[in-house]
Design a protein around this ligand. Structure first.
Ligand SMILES: C[S@@+](CC[C@H](N)C(=O)[O-])C[C@H]1O[C@@H](n2cnc3c(N)ncnc32)[C@H](O)[C@@H]1O
Length: 225
């Protein structure tokens, strides 16, 4: 099945609310576990960035796991950041997590010129009409040795297989979320496509399937900026 792109930004208020109320605890916990297992020597200090952070569930989990870091979440849709900002206040993490409405590629102001000590991104890649923007951004903002973890959906073989995945994992979720999930599966990349993107970007990162519907990319930045 060929990739069918979806709109890049999730700008509808209803999307932001449905997404923030959905239960992503399994994949989001898997994301944090994958990071800690892959980078056991990460000291948890410095600035961490989450690209396409949405309502910031990953950043809240990351900040709890690593209490000495500060976090910046970037998302181009304010509708997705609104529930994230509320969550951060409720979790008393405003002093450690900042959310910024910015689109990739990042401007110098968003990057602040200093680089980041860890780069995270979950479920952003499949939204991008030009996926190379994500890899270029990573090259631009990572210091040498920076741990990088990107997780995303993986495109199934057929529309029927995508519908089956939605029924298996999201049957209890709001209808708008089920439709977003289905469209996201059709827009996602396969492992071989992501491997080609990494080669084109000159990034020496590893990509593999980590569940029946997710792939992950990880490694350390080894290029001098
Ligand atoms: C499926 S959501 C994932 C949110 C969050 N990372 C999570 O795991 O819950 C994808 C997010 O990427 C954002 N996005 C898409 N294209 C973007 C771009 N070019 N720049 C910044 N954010 C973008 C969307 O607005 C949306 O909030």
């Amino acid at each position: 099945m060929k990739r069918i792109i979806e709109p890049e930004l999730m700008e509808e208020a209803a999307q932001g609310i449905a997404y923030s109320e959905a239960d992503f605890s399994d994949p989001n916990r898997q994301f944090i576990d994958l990071f800690t297992d892959t980078f056991p020597d990460f000291l948890g200090r410095g600035r961490v960035i989450d690209l396409g952070c949405g309502p910031a569930d990953i950043l809240v989990r990351f900040a709890r796991q690593f209490p000495d870091c500060t976090c910046l979440g970037i998302d181009g849709a304010e509708a997705m950041l609104v529930p994230g900002r509320k969550r951060i206040v409720a979790e008393k993490l405003s002093h450690r997590i900042q959310l910024s409405c910015s689109c990739l590629p990042l401007s110098e102001e968003a990057e602040n010129g200093e680089g980041f000590q860890a780069i995270l991104s979950n479920s952003l890649l499949h939204h991008l009409h030009q996926p190379e923007i994500l890899w270029q951004t990573i090259r631009d903002i990572a210091a040498v040795g920076t741990p990088i973890l990107i997780m995303d959906l993986m495109r199934p073989e057929s529309k029927k297989a995508a519908r089956d995945i939605v029924s298996t994992y999201a049957a209890e979720e709001a209808e708008i979320l089920q439709e977003d999930f289905y469209n996201s599966l059709l827009a996602a990349f396969r492992v071989d496509e992501v491997c080609d993107q990494l080669i084109d970007a000159g990034l020496d990162l590893h990509c593999e399937a980590v569940s029946d519907r997710h792939l992950a990319v990880w490694g350390r930045q080894n290029l001098v900026r």
